[in-house]
Design a protein around this ligand. Structure first.
Ligand code: ZN
Length: 104
């Protein structure tokens, strides 16, 4: 039995968690298809404290939000927006230029 393979893109306290689906999808299911186990695992690793949002780059490289309730997957939400301010972002990014500036 195989599980989705993913990498952690950003894990900063007090900010949303961002992961990326790594595949290869000939050998592993996508995060999209294995999302309940992925959420459970992140929760078990204490990476999803109450209220923390979870975003992921899917197998097509698109950013989406995985809405969770504790250890439970609730639904996917279009997440092609800055994870900090909800503003517009470039493809492949998860934070807008303005918020990146603020990070420095
Ligand atoms: Zn922003």
């Amino acid at each position: 039995m195989t599980f989705a393979r993913y990498g952690i893109v950003e894990n900063e306290g007090g900010k949303p968690l961002v992961i990326r689906d790594l595949g290869p999808w000939t050998e592993h299911p996508t995060v999209t298809h294995d999302v309940a186990s992925v959420v459970r695992e992140l929760f078990d690793k204490a990476l999803l404290p109450p209220g923390r949002r979870l975003f992921y780059f899917d197998s097509a490289g698109d950013l989406d939000e995985i809405v969770v309730d504790g250890a439970r997957f609730v639904h996917f939400a279009p997440g092609r927006r800055c994870i900090d301010c909800g503003g517009e972002i470039e493809r492949g990014e998860f934070r807008c230029a303005g918020c990146k500036e603020g990070d420095r």
